[in-house]
Design a protein. Structure first.
Length: 48
């Protein structure tokens, strides 16, 4: 019985961790997109 509880807890923790990692990846990708957009805007506005 204890072993089953252990496996269930581990599975739930793994799922939660996986979800959080995916959210972080999405957020960092979004930040990268924003950064590249702002960089391109800055480079366009600067006189060359």
């Amino acid at each position: 019985m204890q072993l089953l509880e252990y496996f269930i807890k581990n599975a739930l923790l793994f799922k939660a961790n996986d979800y959080l990692c995916r959210q972080n990846n999405k957020r960092s990708l979004l930040m990268q997109k924003l950064a590249t957009k702002s960089n391109s805007l800055v480079s366009k506005s600067l006189p060359v």
